[in-house]
Design a protein around this ligand. Sequence first.
Ligand SMILES: Cc1cc2nc3c(=O)[nH]c(=O)nc-3n(C[C@H](O)[C@H](O)[C@H](O)COP(=O)(O)O)c2cc1C
Length: 213
Amino acid sequence: MLGRARQFFVSMDQRRSVRPFAADPVPRELIELAIATASTAPSGAHRQPWRFVVVGDPQTKRRIRLAAEAEERQFYQGGRTPEEWLQALAPLGTNWEKPFLEIAPWLVVVFAELHGVNADGSQRQNYYVKKSVGIACGFFIAAIHQMGLATLTHTPSPMQFLSEILGRPPNEKPYVLCPVGYPAADAQVPDLRRKTLDEVAIWNRPPASVTND
Ligand SMILES: Cc1cc2nc3c(=O)[nH]c(=O)nc-3n(C[C@H](O)[C@H](O)[C@H](O)COP(=O)(O)O)c2cc1C
């Protein structure tokens, strides 16, 4: 058990968000498996309130890139983003240009289903939608990484344009846009430090009578 836990940690610790992608093709079946894995995630009342829209055709990828870059140009240069946020992003070296949206072989756009729709057109309540979709995205990212592929959690802000381009209904809200593929041959990632276990884990000391030691 310990060996498997260590192995999984070491593997997941090697995951990085990649921004420069290669154009090399990736079989559709791998994307299907990543989505199937994501869909095993827990969800409020088991509503599975997620939809994964997969884009592989160059025309749609181009439309998404142009629309995303228009929003991102505003985000980075439009004067509406708080200076503190821009400073937090500076070490990552990101800017409004998003060539990976055309270069990566697949774009997987995750939508959150705000509510379901019954056969008679009435609304069916979903529960803990954002939490559920976030966990499913985590499973998706982990699955892609385990395959030896790369992805990025891209959140152009705002991202309503994705509903229009992809023709999604009003009860679905764009959640995250994940390019999937191989990293470019010369891809580099920011030199980041992850918090140590001590920085993120707080062990609430149990009463002596229930200790496991
Ligand atoms: C909710 C969320 C939104 C993000 N949005 C963006 C984004 O729009 N563009 C981008 O380049 N990276 C984005 N990232 C990636 C983060 O910058 C990245 O995860 C972080 O710097 C840590 O790097 P790592 O993923 O390589 O560990 C996002 C990550 C998360 C979790």
